[in-house]
Design a protein around this ligand. Structure first.
Ligand SMILES: Cc1ncc(C[n+]2csc(CCOP(=O)(O)OP(=O)(O)O)c2C)c(N)n1
Length: 180
């Protein structure tokens, strides 16, 4: 995203792992990308509606995990009144990836149902129900192409599927390289 988003693009970054990954890994740039987020209580509530408010009258991107998006999926109900465009980059790692970084992740059978809490929502169907354009992203090239051009109107969801455990391990490896 840092490499391909058009200049001056507003990006709403959801709480949980997205905001941390952006903070840790988003490179410094000179294209005036406008990162926006709500820290403090760090809630994952209201994420979609807030991003829609941000783009109303213009356009922008929401970077979010699956649970944060689902928490506020009724935010899609405003789509007919939206003037402008929102592209959602959904990192679907089937639950709360952030908790994979905690010691509790080693404690099954409790971790998956009580902490990771994977959901079974089909995002393509959810999008269809709300008149939201959906696309499953398979490659970085495909994602980059989509993030270079933006429609004028409506909501578009780009689903990027990932593996929670592998992500956590890769993040730890990267942080290890940066911090040592
Ligand atoms: C309103 C609210 N409920 C619960 C939490 C606790 N919580 C923090 S992160 C998180 C999981 C978020 O998962 P997801 O949005 O999929 O992001 P990931 O960490 O997988 O990237 C939860 C439930 C919270 N921060 N806010």
């Amino acid at each position: 995203m840092a490499q391909v988003l058009p200049a001056n693009m507003p990006v709403w970054i959801a709480n949980s792992t997205p905001v941390r990954d952006v903070e840790w890994f988003w490179p410094v740039g000179d294209r005036g990308i406008k990162p926006c987020f709500n820290r403090g209580a760090n809630g994952i509530d209201g994420t979609l509606s807030t991003a829609l408010g941000m783009v109303h009258g213009g356009h922008g991107v929401l970077l979010t995990g699956d649970l944060a998006l689902l928490h506020d999926s009724n935010g899609f109900l405003i789509r007919p009144q939206l003037r402008g465009h929102l592209t959602i980059v959904l990192i679907n790692n089937q639950g709360g990836g952030i908790f994979e970084m905690l010691p509790i992740a080693d404690f099954e059978p409790y971790f998956e149902p009580f902490f990771a809490t994977p959901q079974s929502v089909n995002f393509e169907t959810l999008c269809a129900a709300h008149g939201v354009t959906y696309e499953l992203i398979h490659t970085w090239t495909q994602l980059a192409e989509r993030l270079r051009e933006f429609p004028e109107q409506g909501i578009r969801l780009l689903e990027v599927r990932s593996d929670r455990q592998q992500d956590a391990q890769q993040r730890l490896n990267l942080l290890d390289q940066v911090l040592t």
